[in-house]
Design a protein around this ligand. Structure first.
Ligand SMILES: NC(=O)c1ccc[n+]([C@@H]2O[C@H](COP(=O)([O-])OP(=O)(O)OC[C@H]3O[C@@H](n4cnc5c(N)ncnc54)[C@H](OP(=O)(O)O)[C@@H]3O)[C@@H](O)[C@H]2O)c1
Length: 287
């Protein structure tokens, strides 16, 4: 929203208490995406050109244990697609590298999904049911990072990253307090700075690109090495980063091949250092 609201009128929804509107910024509406009447009401009230469907239950642990996550991640997504179609809106579904089993890595847009956890299974099911339908783009992304997502999260008492959106802040908080943080050396990912994701999504919206695209960073790296790079960029002592093996429910190497998506979108995807540089510059600019 920070980036897209510079050129689009944004109507943002969430089920939580929402930030107060800023003049010229996104307009916020509170509601549950499992509530069809709520969604239908939005389409009736506003002329919506595109739906960026980001809302999801993102915790792998919750998806394993709470059957309600299927309603959020699969049923609500399919219903929202139907409403988007009926109202002529382009539907962009945010999928994940977790649709793959992590045995091979370097997955292409047309590699066969093989999820090993419910979160990945739900994303793969939505992909399968939407692929080829009118007006749908499926964007697979991976470890989306930003600065100051939640600089004082309770999660930082833990010595492992709980919410991957907080990856940068979690590493920074632990290292600056002289505390250890454990990061897996055997989980390979394609980390994505939110600014890079924005540039990809903006072309998706402009071109109305359809099908499956990989919208992520251009370099594969282990979570452990990513932590070392973050420490380097933030000028923090990396000696408290402890290399560990990953959790059994996480696939090991879910790196995404980006050459086809780069070509389709006409963008060179950035390497990790380039994205960390952009992140530190954005932080300096935005305070
Ligand atoms: N972040 C990543 O690294 C990453 C990687 C791959 C794919 N993705 C996908 O990208 C999308 C955005 O991820 P994110 O990191 O922004 O996730 P996030 O921070 O967890 O945001 C998801 C939002 O969806 C909301 N939500 C969940 N259920 C809802 C419901 N029933 N009605 C309305 N809102 C609901 C959540 O609200 P609550 O706060 O109330 O739960 C939360 O604010 C997700 O689809 C995710 O699966 C993210």
């Amino acid at each position: 929203m920070r980036h897209l609201s510079k050129e689009y009128d944004i109507l943002a929804t969430d089920r939580q208490e929402l930030p107060r509107p800023v003049s010229g910024g996104p307009q916020f509406v509170r509601g549950n995406i499992e509530d069809r009447d709520f969604l239908q009401g939005l389409f009736a009230k506003y002329k919506i050109d595109a739906v960026l469907h980001l809302a999801a239950e993102k915790s792998l642990v919750v998806c394993e244990n709470d059957p309600g996550a299927y309603r959020t991640n699969v049923l609500a997504a399919l219903e929202l697609y139907k409403l988007s179609r009926n109202n002529g809106a382009h539907f962009v579904f945010m999928s994940s590298d977790q649709v793959f089993d992590g045995k091979a890595g370097d997955y292409k847009e047309d590699s066969a999904p093989s999820p090993v956890n419910n979160y990945g299974k739900y994303k793969a099911e939505v992909e399968r049911r939407l692929l080829g339908l009118d007006g749908v783009t499926i964007c697979r992304t991976a470890l989306v990072f930003d600065y100051r997502i939640n600089p004082s999260s309770d999660n930082f008492d833990r010595d492992e990253v709980v919410n991957q959106s907080e990856f940068v802040d979690h590493v920074a908080a632990r290292l600056s307090a002289g505390k250890t943080i454990k990061l897996p050396f055997d989980e390979i990912i394609s980390p994505t700075y939110v600014g890079a994701l924005y540039r990809q999504l903006r072309v998706v919206l402009q071109k109305r690109s359809l099908g499956i695209l990989h919208c992520c960073g251009g370099e594969a790296i282990s979570r452990y090495d990513f932590g070392l790079r973050i420490a380097g960029f933030l000028g923090l002592d990396a000696s408290n980063i402890v290399s560990v093996t990953g959790k059994s429910y996480r696939p090991k190497n879910v790196s995404l091949n980006v050459s086809c998506s780069e070509r389709l979108l006409g963008i060179k995807y950035p390497a990790v250092d380039e994205m960390l540089r952009e992140m530190t510059e954005d932080e300096a600019d935005n305070g």
